[in-house]
Design a protein. Structure first.
Length: 136
């Protein structure tokens, strides 16, 4: 049996980080242009490098936490959203769809020991069982 960690757990994608912005405006403005800025370190110690829209992470980017965990992928309105990869500190990797800072949709979870799950994650238990398969 394969067990996956809580991919995109609140240890990494915190409410505080989702509200922290580098802009004096606290509201997201979808009409802002995307731009690249120098890496930004959050109060949590996590460092983000990538695209911004206004003062919010939006577009392609990479965030690394102090313990070495890393998310590389799409961001929308300061949250991991779209296609992305999360690399756990122990080497396990989830590569797939994200919604609002959580693994959500089709993806592949690869354990460092070689076990692998491919299918739906983050949805209801009934949905997760449809079409997913585990291999070792």
């Amino acid at each position: 049996m394969i067990r996956s960690k809580n991919v995109g757990s609140s240890k990494y994608f915190t409410y505080e980080e989702s509200k922290e912005t580098i802009s004096s405006k606290k509201a997201f403005d979808p009409n802002q242009r995307r731009e690249r800025r120098p890496p930004y370190q959050f109060k949590s110690g996590a460092v983000y490098s990538g695209e911004w829209k206004g003062g919010f992470r939006d577009g392609m980017g990479e965030q690394t936490w102090p313990d070495g965990a890393k998310y590389i992928g799409e961001w929308r309105e300061n949250r991991a959203h779209g296609k992305g990869q999360f690399i756990h500190v122990d080497g396990d990797i989830y590569d797939g769809q994200w919604a609002n800072d959580k693994a959500n949709g089709h993806g592949v979870y690869m354990h460092v020991n070689g076990a692998k799950y491919e299918g739906l994650l983050g949805l209801t238990t009934a949905c997760r069982r449809q079409g997913g398969r585990s291999t070792t």
